[in-house]
Design a protein around this ligand. Structure first.
Ligand code: FAD
Length: 447
């Protein structure tokens, strides 16, 4: 079975590895990759001795121990990784607020603490006693779940910064099951200054000692390099008999990790309503700005959230040099600033760097004279946006691909909010299905 895998990010690479582990001949696999390196969104970059993750600071953790172990083993085993404790805070004026926010109310100024507690108790009462149902609109959901105070002081400004949309334009589907409910006792305790932890998943994470997060995809891809065609963008996918043609070459099966929004330009014969559903799926892009600092140390933090406008356009800062010592030269440190913008619009211009640094200075995170240089990377597809039409558009898109026999996989290949471990888990499941089909001697199936 000759298989074309479109895209050599973590999804495409993992799928190829699992297929080979399951008995598919390596020579039957052909990975098409537009970029000049493998890794996709897991890519990292080193500039003048400073290493950073190109699409925001990445950490490795998973509830699926087997998947995480597999990723670690592919990248040289535990000895090749730093194991770090997650230290996350929210910057609030000149204060550090414990994360998650509802477990940090006691760190707030008294009036904000009161607003948040009052709102939280009201919301809790409505949920528990009045049994009010969860709203489907995100802004209303935030108030239902956290109350007016937390919405006003943190959730609204933070989410508007990240999503670049009004809260009512977003649906609450994506948060259901993602945000654990803090016990009311914990919130009350935290408000009066008794420390409570909040959720503890990701409390320990792995990060490669060298090469940034990309070391993981480099490891996964290390046995596949002769199967990956770099700088080879997919330009056309066409159904032909029981199989497909990719850029004019015949394949029995096609697995695509390319963004659904790009597929109408590539797949021949797509019906107009399906093309429209794909093209109108909403996403956000991101600019990641490395700030290289002439400072030996930073506070012992993993990453921080910057919810407020006066903190500039950055929504999250990752302390890259705290992830791995090798991420910065000796005696220097670094952090990485994430700024989102709406998918389909132009990336912010050169003025962004000044705005970011001014915001960080106002937030008390750096002084200008410490900055050695900045370096930016723009990633077009960063976040799936869960607007109200997301579900129906995605269903139309995936339904049609599957009907054609094209197997959709990956964060933007399926338009799902997946981290790299989820990509690996789904690649493993897809490989199992393809292997079962191959054993039965059947043709390609997207299901
Ligand atoms: C800000 C941010 C922070 C994140 N943090 C974490 C984290 O802490 N931990 C974690 O595990 N995950 C994290 N993730 C998620 C993780 O980056 C993704 O889940 C994962 O990298 C997706 O991999 P993929 O292979 O599915 O897609 P991609 O990496 O997008 O791979 C698709 C590949 O297809 C290629 N391609 C595109 N068009 C074409 C074409 N026409 N022809 C050929 N090739 C093409 C691309 O170059 C790319 O290599 C984060 C993501 C973001 C945006």
């Amino acid at each position: 079975m000759k298989i074309a895998i479109l895209g050599a990010g973590v999804s495409g690479l993992s799928l190829a590895r699992f297929l080979i582990e399951g008995g598919i001949a390596k020579s039957d696999l052909h990975l098409f990759e537009a970029a000049s390196k493998i890794g996709g969104l897991c890519g990292s970059k080193t500039v003048d001795g400073f290493t950073y993750d190109e699409t925001g600071g990445h950490i490795l953790y998973s509830k699926d121990q087997a998947a995480m172990r597999w990723m670690i083993d592919c990248a040289g085993g535990e000895g090749a990784f730093e194991k770090r404790e997650r230290q996350t805070k929210i910057r609030f004026g000149d204060r550090w607020v414990h994360y998650p926010f509802e477990n940090g109310l006691g760190d707030l100024p008294p009036q904000a603490n009161f607003d948040c507690l009052k709102g939280y108790v009201h919301a809790w009462h409505r949920r528990q006693v009045e049994r009010s149902p969860a709203p489907t609109e995100f802004g209303a959901w935030v108030r239902w779940r956290f109350g007016d105070g937390i919405a006003h002081h943190f959730m609204d400004p933070y989410n508007q910064k990240v999503w670049k949309r009004e809260m009512h334009e977003l649906s609450s589907d994506w948060v259901a099951g993602r945000v654990p409910d803090a016990p009311i006792e914990d919130v009350l305790k935290s408000s009066v200054g008794i420390r409570t932890e909040g959720y503890t998943h990701q409390s320990l994470f792995y990060y490669p000692q060298k090469g940034g997060f990309q070391a993981i995809t480099d490891g996964i891809g290390s046995t596949l390099l002769d199967r990956v065609r770099l700088k080879t963008p997919v330009r056309e996918v066409k159904k032909r008999g029981d199989g497909f043609q990719v850029n004019g070459e015949d394949f029995d099966c096609v697995v695509s990790t390319l963004a659904l929004t790009d597929m109408p330009k590539l797949v021949v014969g797509m019906p107009q309503p399906v093309a429209k559903a794909m093209e109108t799926l909403e996403y956000n892009s991101i600019v990641c700005l490395l700030v290289a600092l002439d400072e030996p140390k930073q506070p012992p933090l993993s990453w921080i959230y910057l919810p407020h406008e006066e903190q500039g356009p950055t929504n999250r800062v990752t302390y890259m040099s705290n992830y791995a010592t090798a991420n910065a030269p000796a005696g220097k440190s670094s952090f990485l600033c994430e700024v989102t913008f709406r998918g389909g619009s132009a990336a912010p211009g050169a003025e962004l760097e000044g705005q970011v640094l001014a915001g960080l200075e106002r937030a008390g995170l750096l002084r200008r004279d410490q900055v050695l240089f900045t370096d930016r990377t723009v990633s077009r597809h960063a976040y799936v946006v869960f607007d109200h039409a997301y579900g129906s558009r995605r269903e139309a898109a995936l339904g049609w691909l599957v009907e054609q026999g094209i197997v959709p996989l990956g964060r933007f290949g399926r338009f799902e909010y997946d981290n790299s471990d989820q990509c690996v888990i789904k690649a493993r499941a897809t490989a199992e299905r393809l292997l079962a089909t191959a054993r039965r001697g059947g043709g390609p199936t997207g299901r």
